[in-house]
Design a protein around this ligand. Structure first.
Ligand SMILES: *[C@@H]1O[C@H](CO)[C@@H](O)[C@H](O)[C@H]1NC(C)=O
Ligand SMILES: *[C@@H]1O[C@H](CO)[C@@H](O)[C@H](O)[C@H]1NC(C)=O
Ligand SMILES: *[C@@H]1O[C@H](CO)[C@@H](O)[C@H](O)[C@H]1NC(C)=O
Ligand SMILES: *[C@@H]1O[C@H](CO)[C@@H](O)[C@H](O)[C@H]1NC(C)=O
Ligand SMILES: *[C@@H]1O[C@H](CO)[C@@H](O)[C@H](O)[C@H]1NC(C)=O
Length: 354
């Protein structure tokens, strides 16, 4: 029953994707499939990560992220870092007025800066309409959220693109952290979900934070809550480190996956607490080398790989490792969801729970 609803949702997604931003336009699956064939990659030939070229990629990621850490801590002497503090604008953020322009201006300045730039979101309340932080940028960017960023709760603000609230698109060498809160203010969307009110038509709601075609990315030390639909989506991204996130929304909030991974490679998700109304982590087609370590999951539907093979499609997910996940109040632990009539690979997964 639930999978049927998902199928409906996914098909809505496919139909409506054409009108959204650039990086959603190509078919991610075919692209990945071709690449995999061209490089002669055969996941069966590599039973463990050691010796697999991708493993080196992960080690490289860690040193990249360390470099970025220095940047987000204020920078070493050798890297000049520009700091853009939203408080310097003199805007009194109180969560009542719209602050979208303030963020757009700050992003433009950071992204066009030839030196590494840090955007500081101070301990105030900011309110944002849907926004795209567009790359590529001239240099590294640290986005430090110390305060609270809350989504506009006016649904007519989402008319242009009903699928996304905050998007980082084609940004490389990015750290998003700061100890603050990103709040999707999702109540209005949940109330208007067809899963909650059966008399309403089924419509997609925005993902709170989407990283699309990003590379060398760290997302950490944040609370992400009350998403309209998914909380955080990594799409077509590579070399991603996610750690110390607290992702929460009410158990009865519909379709609020915690972390959704699609067509993304070399991603580590560690030390995070996720409790939502849907999957804690969902991993779908085109994803490779996904490591989830020390995840506390619940309430929610557990960690899922799939749904794979819907509409008879060929889906490829390989190299998923789940270590030390704790489940409480979840309807499932780790599950692989497949559809009849689909084909493809879903292999080399290791699961150890404690
Ligand atoms: C923001 O700036 C004002 C002065 O313009 C200062 O009083 C306030 O403490 C600052 N807030 C933060 C969070 O830095
Ligand atoms: C929502 O936004 C629309 C258009 O921007 C505006 O006309 C309307 O007054 C807003 N509604 C609320 C409740 O603020
Ligand atoms: C469900 O939606 C209908 C149509 O908009 C509305 O009239 C009704 O009050 C809603 N029910 C609940 C429980 O919100
Ligand atoms: C984890 O993130 C929270 C903010 O959500 C922060 O207060 C805490 O210091 C972080 N822990 C570590 C070990 O960095
Ligand atoms: C697991 O993650 C939690 C935070 O989510 C952290 O407090 C704890 O120290 C981590 N455990 C290990 C073994 O790293």
């Amino acid at each position: 029953m639930m999978d049927l609803q998902r199928a409906l949702l996914y098909s809505f997604f496919i139909i409506s994707i054409i009108s959204s931003y650039n990086c959603s336009q190509e078919d991610p699956l075919d692209h990945n499939h071709l690449k995999e064939q061209a490089s002669g990659y055969d996941s069966q030939a590599y039973p463990s990560y050691v010796g697999d070229g991708e493993f080196e990629g992960l080690i490289k990621l860690q040193s990249d992220v360390l470099g970025l850490q220095t940047l987000s801590d204020g920078g070493s002497k050798s890297i000049p870092v520009k700091t853009i503090d939203l408080n310097d604008s003199g805007v009194r953020a109180d969560g009542e007025e719209d602050d979208t322009e303030l963020f757009e201006t700050a992003w433009d300045e950071a992204c066009s800066s030839p030196e590494g730039a840090t955007i500081v979101v101070p301990q105030c309340n900011y309110r944002l309409k849907p926004i795209i932080f567009q790359g590529p940028c001239k240099s590294n960017i640290a986005f430090q959220v110390h305060g609270t960023i809350e989504a506009s709760g006016n649904q007519s603000d989402y008319k242009k693109d009903g699928k996304h609230w905050i998007v980082f698109d084609r940004v490389e060498n990015l750290v998003v952290d700061g100890g603050g809160v990103i709040d999707g203010n999702g109540k209005i969307w949940w109330e208007n979900s067809c899963k909650v009110n059966k008399s309403l038509p089924c419509k997609e709601a925005p993902t709170a934070v989407t990283f699309c075609e990003c590379k060398n990315l760290a997302v950490k030390n944040l609370k992400i809550q009350n998403a309209q639909q998914n909380h955080v989506t990594f799409k077509k991204s590579n070399h991603v480190q996610v750690s110390n996130l607290t992702v929460t929304s009410p158990e009865e909030s519909p379709n609020t996956d915690g972390i959704h991974v699609t067509d993304t490679q070399n991603i580590q998700i560690t030390d995070s607490v996720i409790g939502t109304g849907d999957d804690c982590i969902s991993i779908v087609s085109g994803s490779k080398n996904v490591q989830a370590t020390n995840i506390t999951c619940g309430p929610g539907h557990g960690i899922s790989i799939g749904s794979l093979g819907q509409h008879g499609s060929k889906d490829y997910v390989s190299g998923v490792t789940v270590n030390g996940a704790k489940f409480s109040g979840t309807t499932n632990g780790v599950r692989i969801k497949t559809w009849q009539g689909g084909s493809g690979k879903c292999k080399q997964h290791q699961v150890s729970e404690y």
